[in-house]
Design a protein. Structure first.
Lengths: 178, 178
DNA sequence: AGAAGATCACTTCGATGTTAGGGAGTCAAC
DNA sequence: GTTGACTCCCTAACATCGAAGTGATCTTCT
């Protein structure tokens, strides 16, 4: 009944599997007006007391440009506070605000509960297997992946001046009516 | 040297693991001016001859709103063609254009080559294990995941009228200079 | 036939991902 | 002390994500 990918595509499968898990938590976060990224950051901050932006980028898998906006919004919401490092005016310290701490205290148990339901459904074995395999891919002592050499080629000539094409409604049926 | 996530967070790990893989392919696609999504679509179209948007959404893990834009741009680039289904004017048929076919023929071997390098580095076992585990999560006959009940609560009162906060540069050091 | 309901592609809006580049601060060499 | 290289955070521009909703078309029931 459902379509299936015929060729093997790992990144694709990762995406699908991840969605299969995250979809059970998203409603909880949405309920509190938070996004996935915002929650990741709150969660990490609740454990590390204070972090610098580059650390958050690394831990939470968020690129620096994205993080800038995310932190600004979270600051607007009043769940975090940002301040400069006195010794190095380039650097920034991010902390949880009191309100942010409350929010974590309120949400964390719910996430935890949902996680248990998930664990229950998937089975302890599968969960353990998942952690194991993912760890191997991420931190694994596998040999460095070689990079193939790309053939010289001019990148696709984008035609930005053209007007966006649309799918015309075929006149067949309309014509038939008349 | 690198920070590590202390608490176990599966979606997080999925993201990181996926990035660990995709980063080896992204340069290839960028070289040809393609995005990941565009390539996924091209790849699938090269195997299925013709597809409807909802099928592409399902197979490629792309939401309908995103797909609309992606297909439009690909149409602009001339790598696909879109047409209506005569019997049902709501539906659309997406096909590969000749130029799109050429592009797939050109890129596919490169992706294939890089994939072999990856397989080589990670090891056949790990790759197999990955497919196995991911399949279990996605299609697995695991019990349905229960959903916890959310406590009644008004969502976070966003304050969109406020002006975006910035991190002030502390005056400490400047003051000390004087 | 006609109205209500279901489908499908598309649009809208706010937030995030990606890539490229800018501004300020730090450090070392001159 | 000034220049140049570097680092860190940030902005800009564009594409995608995720939720919600629209319009047109098809289906079903009356």
């Amino acid at each position: 009944m459902q379509s299936r990918i015929s060729y093997r595509n790992l990144p694709q499968l990762f995406l699908k599997a991840r969605e299969e898990l995250i979809c059970h938590f998203r409603p909880i976060l949405n309920h509190f007006g938070l996004t996935e990224q915002q929650w990741r950051i709150l969660r990490v901050l609740s454990e590390r007391e204070q972090l610098e932006p580059w650390e958050i980028c690394d831990i939470c898998q968020i690129l620096s440009p994205s993080l800038a906006g995310v932190l600004a919004r979270m600051d607007d919401l009043g769940v975090i506070s940002r301040s400069r490092v006195p010794e190095d005016q380039r650097r920034v310290i991010v902390r949880l605000s009191p309100r942010g701490s409350e929010l974590v205290e309120e949400i964390a148990p719910l996430i935890q509960a949902q996680y248990r339901k998930l664990e229950e459904a998937l089975g302890r074995e599968l969960i353990d297997e998942l952690y194991s395999v993912l760890d191997k891919v991420i931190t694994g002592p596998h040999a460095p992946v070689e990079r193939i050499t790309l053939p010289a080629r001019s990148p696709a000539p984008a035609t930005p001046t053209e007007k966006r094409k649309r799918v015309p409604r075929s006149a067949a049926r309309t014509a038939a009516k008349q």
